[in-house]
Design a protein around this ligand. Structure first.
Ligand code: PA5
Length: 411
């Protein structure tokens, strides 16, 4: 396993953390016991066997053969994980472009997409656990109509791939009636814990990323033993910061392609933990860009936060800075400079007394990203359980949906 958590600059003593390990292990045991609702994701990487992965890969190959664009419609947990992984790992040359919509109400965004797909062959992927989410379903109507005009009803159904629960809802019923392909999202897996199911894996496979390797990475963590002893220290430290009065966790990345991984983390932790008047507000920053905007606040602003560096020792690309460049940058590589930025920021912040955690991997590749996805899901669930909240509901999200629906009905 390649995830390394370092907390030597956390501000906490080893014995304080050690004293809490038994409580964290007890929450992990509850996750594995099956007694909590929506914990299907816990064992899913081992239960979602190679046969199911091969089926997804076969479908992805067919899609790549017939489509220039695979348009994924979904919001929240129904798209963020796939987008995070594709942004990080998509191969340079891809036969099929994977695009996302149905996660906003921007007419300009939809119109630009309609212009972009003109003259191209399209496949549509509609992902919604409930099968009735406003963003997703309104976008579905628009792009389905486009497909019907171009391909007719039968071919549109052949080009439509739905991921939803296997029970009656608008999306499931319509896809069943029309003969579109349906992939099941298990009833006991919630949206933000679904990236390692067809919700995330189908778009990721279409993008040409090795989903077998992703699942191998996830499976390496899919046991209670994998998180034994110091394995839950990240969840423990988060709660210690909260008790100490910290209210914000800032995830810090040094790779712009990890920006959506930050969005995925924000959704996972924010929606799981932010309830009953509790929770750390998850924020994410992209360095070095944000060193020139938020760097000042981090260094000297209100000390209400701690930092979690999420970094890789190696990167997939590098490029030299030519000799004509300004000294001392000439002759170095961009990644060498990036590594100096990473060390420099860490040292400067620690010297300023900002508590810091570091989560480091060797490189962002399919296996390590699979590890990270499952690792963070478990840490998040345990962290929320330690704080006494239910990680798997989202009553606040439902409240806004209800209010909005009232206004839509009045239109
Ligand atoms: O994590 C969650 O449960 C949410 O973010 C959902 O994924 C989001 O609201 C979309 O819901 P649905 O998949 O039902 O369209």
């Amino acid at each position: 396993m390649s995830i390394e958590l370092t907390w030597k600059d956390s501000g906490f003593e080893p014995e304080e953390v050690r004293a809490r390990r038994a409580a964290a292990q007890a929450e992990l045991a509850r996750l594995w016991s099956g007694e909590l609702h929506f914990t299907g994701w816990v064992k899913d990487p081992v239960e979602f066997d190679d046969e199911k992965i091969e089926e997804l890969e076969k479908t992805a190959k067919e899609i790549r053969e017939k489509c220039d664009v695979f348009l994924v419609l979904g919001v929240g947990g129904s798209f963020m994980g796939a987008k995070a992984v594709i942004d990080l790992l998509a191969p340079e040359e891809a036969d099929t472009e994977v695009l996302f919509a149905g996660y906003n109400f921007s007419a300009r965004y939809v119109k630009e997409l309609l212009r972009k797909i003109e003259g191209k062959d399209l496949c549509l992927c509609v992902i919604s656990k409930s099968g009735s989410t406003t963003e997703t379903l309104s976008a579905y109507g628009i792009f389905k109509e486009w497909m019907l005009r171009k391909y007719g009803a039968e071919e549109t159904a052949r080009r439509t791939y739905v991921v939803t629960e296997h029970r009656s809802n608008f999306l499931f019923d319509e896809a069943t009636a029309e003969g579109a392909a349906i992939f099941d999202l298990a009833l006991d897996i919630g949206g933000r814990y679904s990236v390692l199911t067809p919700v995330g894996l189908l778009p990721i496979a279409v993008a040409g990323i090795d989903i077998q390797a992703i699942m191998e990475g996830a499976r390496a963590w899919t046991s209670q033993e994998a998180f034994s002893e110091d394995g839950l220290d990240y969840a423990i430290l988060r709660q210690m910061y909260y008790e100490q009065g910290k209210r914000i966790e800032v995830y810090e990345f040094f790779d712009p392609y990890a920006a959506y991984f930050g969005e995925w983390l924000k959704q996972l932790f924010g929606e799981s933990e932010g309830k009953d008047g509790k929770g750390l507000f998850p924020a994410s920053l992209m360095f070095s860009r944000d060193l020139h905007s938020m760097g000042q606040f981090l260094q000297q602003g209100t000390p209400s936060f701690f930092e979690t560096f999420v970094t890789a020792a190696e990167t997939r690309d590098d490029i030299g800075i030519p000799e004509i460049a300004m000294k001392p940058f000439a002759g170095k590589t961009i990644q060498q400079i990036n590594a100096c930025a990473e060390k420099g920021v860490y040292d400067a912040h620690v010297k300023a007394g900002i508590p810091a955690l570091s989560i480091r991997i060797g490189q962002f590749d399919a296996r390590t990203v699979g590890e990270l996805l499952y690792y963070f899901e478990t840490q998040c669930a345990v962290s929320a359980l330690l704080s006494g909240v239910d990680p798997f509901n989202q009553p606040g999200v439902e409240a806004y949906k209800k209010e909005m629906r009232g206004y839509i009905d009045e239109l």
